[in-house]
Design a protein around this ligand. Structure first.
Ligand SMILES: Nc1ncnc2c1ncn2[C@@H]1O[C@H](COP(=O)(O)OP(=O)(O)OP(=O)(O)O)[C@@H](O)[C@H]1O
Ligand SMILES: [Mg+2]
Length: 264
């Protein structure tokens, strides 16, 4: 059984207006437990829309989404949040800047466990400390620091711990290192790889970085016009270079990738 099953999902924005946009066009995708998939595609290909549909930010026009065998197509977004961790490009999104790192972690931990949040328990605090120590950023000694005072990279790393603290069934990363400088981005990516591997998480990561897309995880999808136009894994993927991927994309979609998807 797939951990995530997306079946013929369609979404049209601003239907019957001059701005009508087919964001998802009957997209289907089966993701096995423990798979780490990188997702590439031009601007407007529908990548974030796919994530938003999985997160329940809107209802699809047709199709369905199953998580660990459960049909969640009509489930409220806050209910899904208990089993889906997510992280976005903007390090401000999804954290409470006036609360401490420890409180943010406790909130993420209790919310997913559907307990109520009163105070940080000692036992939990020790667990958070251990998770933060694994980042090698010294954040375990700054648990009482307000989240808003951290640098973008520190905050993304802490947010990654928040998104995974309760071992979600699925982790969605939408260009979560795109706003960081190259060195910090590499550090957060390193942390990402480690957390996903250590917890055996099932993860999807959107990126515009070809090298990263091929060098991270075990499967790569290329999206175009709301569809998956390329799905590679195993030996076929291992043999691909970024250049070959660009050529394949052109062959499948009939056009090139947008400028933002750079060959590094
Ligand atoms: N809430 C919305 N209302 C109207 N149109 C939307 C909405 N969300 C997305 N779209 C449109 O749907 C299409 C797909 O957008 P989406 O954000 O999924 O692209 P993307 O692949 O994530 O692109 P990028 O690489 O730029 O982040 C775009 O044309 C976008 O303008
Ligand atoms: Mg996007």
């Amino acid at each position: 059984m797939s951990q995530l099953s997306v079946r013929s999902l369609s979404k049209v924005f601003e239907r019957n207006t001059p701005n009508e946009k087919v964001a998802l066009d009957g997209l289907s995708l089966e993701v096995a437990k423990g798979e780490f998939i990188t997702v590439l595609g031009s601007n407007g290909a529908g990548k974030s829309t796919l994530f938003n549909a999985i997160l329940g930010k809107f209802l699809p026009d047709s199709g369905s989404v199953f998580l660990d065998g459960e049909d969640i197509t009509w489930q409220k977004d806050y209910r899904r949040a208990r089993s889906i961790g997510c992280l976005f490009q903007n390090p401000l999104r999804g954290t409470a800047p006036n609360m401490t790192i420890e409180e943010n972690l406790a909130l993420a931990y209790t919310r997913t466990a559907s307990k109520s949040f009163f105070a940080v328990h000692k036992k939990d605090s020790a667990y958070f400390r251990e998770l933060l120590a694994r980042l090698n950023l010294g954040l375990e000694d700054r648990m009482k620091t307000k989240m808003g005072l951290l640098s973008g990279g520190q905050r993304q790393a802490a947010s990654l711990v928040m998104a995974t603290v309760a071992k979600p069934k699925l982790l969605l990363l939408d260009e979560h290192t795109a706003a960081l400088d190259p060195a910090t981005s590499a550090q957060v990516m390193d942390t990402t790889r480690r957390i996903v591997a250590d917890s055996g998480l099932t993860a999807l990561m959107i990126t515009h970085d070809m090298e990263l897309a091929l060098g991270c995880g075990n499967r790569t999808l290329l999206m175009d016009s709301g569809r998956v136009v390329l799905d590679v894994s195993g030996a076929e993927r291992a043999a691909l270079t970024p250049q070959a991927l660009v050529e394949l994309f052109r062959a499948r979609s009939g056009h090139g990738l947008s400028d933002r998807t750079l060959l590094s």
